[in-house]
Design a protein around this ligand. Structure first.
Ligand code: DC
Length: 224
């Protein structure tokens, strides 16, 4: 089974994806990590993020193992890592170089310990439209920019990252614009995606709603 969850930053995709992977015993691929890895490697190599050729070169050389190593970098989940990821993800050459690695995972999905899984939950921006257009279930999870900024602000505060709510909101809005305006694979729901607005929902309400959708879909496919 392949489930794709796309949507803007801090909409609740990660929480939902991890809960679904756990419940249905599926592997989980957070595809934002491939762009964060390139963004962080640009910092490590003292490259300016505007250098598309350097970013594409790093993207072509990225492996799963290297991505996991780069995920330990202090900026990987920080504001600079997020900004760099958003910039490098707007380069068509970077997206093209990172596509195969993301697609290949569906052919032989594995859990964190390396053991094989029978399917995968993808989380990203274009996983239902570009990475896995033949996915069994496609979700597009969204929420208002203010609600998302509030959630991200809380996350940063819990991690001890000193940033104001206003700056987080401004960053969310500029990332939304960059993610939805880029020429290559812009952020948009797949035509067959179920759209879920989480602005007024708790994580467990979202999970319940999605499980009902998945179970109805499984039941329908068994009846065929
Ligand atoms: O989900 P995230 O915040 O970790 O993603 C980091 C950046 O990567 C985000 O600004 C958009 C980009 N991204 C993308 O373009 N396509 C994906 N499938 C996943 C993330």
């Amino acid at each position: 089974m392949i489930i794709t969850i796309d949507g803007p930053a801090a909409a609740g995709k990660g929480t939902l994806a991890a809960a679904l992977a756990d419940k249905y015993k599926l592997a989980y691929f957070d595809t934002g990590m491939v762009y964060r890895a390139v963004g962080v490697e640009m910092i490590e190599n003292s490259r300016d993020v505007s250098d598309e050729a350097a970013a594409a070169d790093l993207a072509r050389k990225l492996t799963f193992q290297k991505m996991m190593k780069l995920s330990e970098h202090p900026e990987f989940r920080g504001p600079l890592g997020g900004k760099n990821a958003s910039v490098v993800s707007s380069y068509p050459s970077v997206r093209a170089a990172l596509l195969k690695m993301q697609r290949d995972f569906a052919q032989s999905p594995v859990f964190k310990d390396g053991s094989p899984a029978r399917g995968v939950v993808y989380d990203g921006r274009d996983t239902g439209t570009v990475v896995c257009p033949s996915a069994d279930i496609k979700l597009f999870v969204t929420a208002s920019p203010e609600v998302r900024a509030e959630r991200r602000f809380k996350e940063f505060r819990e991690k001890g990252i000193d940033i104001s709510y206003e700056n987080v909101l401004a960053d969310i809005k500029s990332r939304d614009e960059r993610d939805s305006q880029r020429a290559s694979a812009p952020l948009k729901p797949a035509p067959d995606a179920v759209i879920i607005d989480t602005s007024a929902l708790f994580a467990n309400d979202v999970m319940e709603k999605v499980c009902r959708i998945i179970e109805a879909k499984i039941k329908k496919s068994l009846e065929k």
